[in-house]
Design a protein around this ligand. Structure first.
Ligand SMILES: C[S@@+](CC[C@H](N)C(=O)[O-])C[C@H]1O[C@@H](n2cnc3c(N)ncnc32)[C@H](O)[C@@H]1O
Length: 214
């Protein structure tokens, strides 16, 4: 299934109106889902773990397109997890669970996704989570996050995250974006080969990092 068709299918799965409109616009505006779809068409993701999956639309897009063979997602927001499980109806080998990323055992999988979660954690928590994900990933770890080293657009992205967290739209303890050079060094230390590319809506400063097992 191509990206556009998969995005329509996935948005149509959310029966709660707010979740449906959120997912529909998120899949349209944020380039990360399309970027992952393109990447998985080149190198299918196999079994996928989506860490801090939110409403689950990224993993569901991959699973509905048969670019992931199975999907486990977790997030500490019970409402989002309920939306995700509801939307997963009819898809095999998909489950979403409530859990705190600072404590859960990351299950072994071919691909581990960390999309827009690291900056909610302290440096120590980020290091710990990255290590656990690197060790759980048989083939790749994929990180998308704010790049703090891009001047004005970093400040804009950082500010937007602060607004969504403060308003309670995203439950997160803090906003502390981490240098991608440091994330790269940590993952390379776990025998992963890292590449990075920009992955942002206009004027923002997000980066997509792919760390592959060598
Ligand atoms: C910006 S959203 C990204 C959600 C999803 N990855 C996506 O791409 O749509 C960040 C998510 O992290 C979750 N989160 C923040 N801190 C968490 C923690 N300690 N444990 C589990 N989930 C957490 C929030 O509930 C929220 O769903």
């Amino acid at each position: 299934m191509g990206f556009e068709e998969a995005a329509r299918d996935v948005a149509g799965r959310y029966r709660s109106r707010p979740a449906h409109y959120y997912v529909r616009s998120k899949l349209k505006i944020d380039p990360v889902s399309r970027a992952l779809h393109v990447l998985a068409e080149r190198e299918p993701f196999g079994s996928v773990v989506d860490v801090a999956c939110g409403r689950g639309q990224v993993g569901l897009l991959l699973r509905a397109s048969n670019l992931a063979t199975s999907l486990i997602g977790f997030d500490w927001d019970a409402g989002k997890v309920a939306n995700a499980n509801d939307a997963a109806g009819g898809l095999d080998d998909v489950r979403f669970e409530q859990g705190d990323v600072r404590e859960v055992v990351v299950p072994a999988a071919d691909t581990v996704l960390l999309i827009d979660i690291l900056h909610y954690l302290t440096r120590e928590e980020q290091d710990d989570l990255l290590m656990r994900c690197a060790r759980a990933a048989r083939k790749r770890v994929i990180v998308r996050d704010v790049d703090p080293d891009q001047g004005a657009s970093s400040m804009l992205t950082h500010g937007w995250e602060w607004v969504t967290t403060t308003l309670g739209y995203n439950r997160g303890a803090r906003v502390s974006p981490r240098s991608f050079a440091e994330i790269t060094a940590l993952l390379e230390g776990e025998d992963l080969h890292v590449s990075r590319e920009p992955c942002s809506a206009k004027a923002m400063s997000n980066v997509l990092l792919v760390a592959r097992r060598v």
